[in-house]
Design a protein around this ligand. Structure first.
Ligand SMILES: O=C(O)CCC(=O)C(=O)O
Length: 199
């Protein structure tokens, strides 16, 4: 499988690995159809004293009790793994050695759906979490930058896997910006550790 360690003279050293062809086209198409049927929800986030709709749909699956709170405002309660999600989790663990207890899905319905600059540091994920992110559907720009640095752009392809290694969340921010280009639905699955819930 092609693996791009993104350490070249042209890009800054980034603590991530990108696998463009992690899934075959057939596997990616099948998984995309499965993911469209997951329990998507429109959550609300509290920011700067206002309550706003999160600019994408979200879902969460995982081990019982691995409830998740992010930005001190959005509470997600996992549904039990589907067969397809748990076998994807196990495949990523076999490839990377990292273990995961939840997966959070993001559905970007159009170019106006996005996620702004952030790190994935949340107390419930433990120290220096590794995060693995599978992309399906439309290709969207993903940007990553060292805190205080300049962004590097990637296009996350249908069926690809991006691994953010331990430490990445302490030193780097990432985002999927809005775009005015016409883009159809993109689904992203982020597999994460969790310190609570049933072992
Ligand atoms: O959609 C993506 O590729 C990134 C999602 C993300 O940054 C997140 O869920 O924290």
């Amino acid at each position: 499988m092609q693996q791009l360690n993104l350490f070249t003279e042209l890009t800054p050293v980034l603590p991530i690995t990108y696998y463009p062809d992690f899934l075959t086209l057939e596997q990616a198409n099948e998984l995309y159809q499965h993911c469209l049927k997951l329990e998507w929800q429109q959550n609300q986030i509290r920011m700067l004293g206002k309550t706003l709709p999160v600019p994408r749909l979200e879902c969460i699956y995982g081990n019982a009790g691995c409830d998740y709170l992010y930005s001190n405002s959005v509470f997600l309660k996992p549904l039990w793994w589907t067969e397809a999600l748990s076998s994807l989790r196990d495949r990523i663990t076999a490839l990377t050695g990292y273990k995961f207890r939840i997966v959070i899905g993001n559905q970007y319905r159009s170019g106006q759906d996005s996620i702004g600059w952030h790190t994935d540091i949340e107390p419930l994920m433990g120290f220096n979490p590794a995060i693995a992110s599978v992309s399906l559907g439309s290709c969207r720009k993903f940007q990553i930058k060292a805190i205080g640095g300049k962004p590097t752009d990637f296009w996350l392809e249908h069926g690809s896997l991006l691994v953010m290694h331990p430490g990445c969340q302490s030193t780097h921010l990432h985002q999927v910006p809005k775009t005015n280009k016409v883009v159809s639905t993109r689904i992203n699955l982020t597999f994460r550790p969790h310190t609570g819930g049933n072992k």
